[in-house]
Design a protein around this ligand. Sequence first.
Ligand code: ADP
Ligand code: AMP
Length: 217
Amino acid sequence: MRVVLVGPPGAGKGTQAQFIASNLSIPKISTGDIFRANVSGGTELGRLAKEYMDRGDLVPDEVTVAMVRDRLGEADAQEGFLLDGFPRNVPQAQILNKMLAEFGTALDIVLELVVDDEEVVRRLAGRRTCRSCGKVWHVAFDPSSKEGVCDACGGELFQRDDDREDTIRHRLEVYQEQTSPLVAFYADEGILQGVDATGPVEEITERAMAELRRFVD
Ligand code: ADP
Ligand code: AMP
């Protein structure tokens, strides 16, 4: 199954993606995670992406698209994937459609995680991420038992540079201007499904899975 998750920063895409991808046995492909791995690895791609990420702007399409093309070409993505954070604007969505057509496939469904701006700010302001395994926590909504330490792997938890209040506000503007038009784009294609992304994490996963099960034999 080929699935895209859209929704504002902080909607819970990464949180839901790990459960959904594991339920469906497909790889979760997060462009944000790939960029962050390149930043910490000190690669040329990371150096280039970092200035855009720190401002809360989108990394240029040609860089992002080339990276996704490579990732989708890998063996584990041939039977399906869950994209988190890509596409982020209509040109990226058009290129993705073309890319998949070249592979002889297409997206099955796009899930839009629906949550309001106030909740997004609360979620992002308290987000903590594990430096070792990438698991996402929240200081109030989903705290690890020992502050600053990941319960899953014992790694160090850190606050993302782009989760500062001024950058959060800018990322929400970027979402409204550049990413939210994807909702109409995929609705026109007849593959958009909205999911209420408020409430407990497990309930949201269940709502998402209820939509996705229609595609599983
Ligand atoms: P995104 O990938 O869409 O930017 P994340 O999955 O990183 O969002 O979630 C943002 C923050 O919100 C994280 O700190 C996460 O623990 C928290 N979070 C995710 N889902 C929920 C939820 N249903 N209720 C409360 N907090 C949540
Ligand atoms: P995320 O982890 O999805 O919140 O992404 C963090 C940052 O990575 C974004 O603010 C962008 O700077 C960059 N990024 C992630 N995905 C994309 C994309 N599809 N296109 C452009 N930039 C992206």
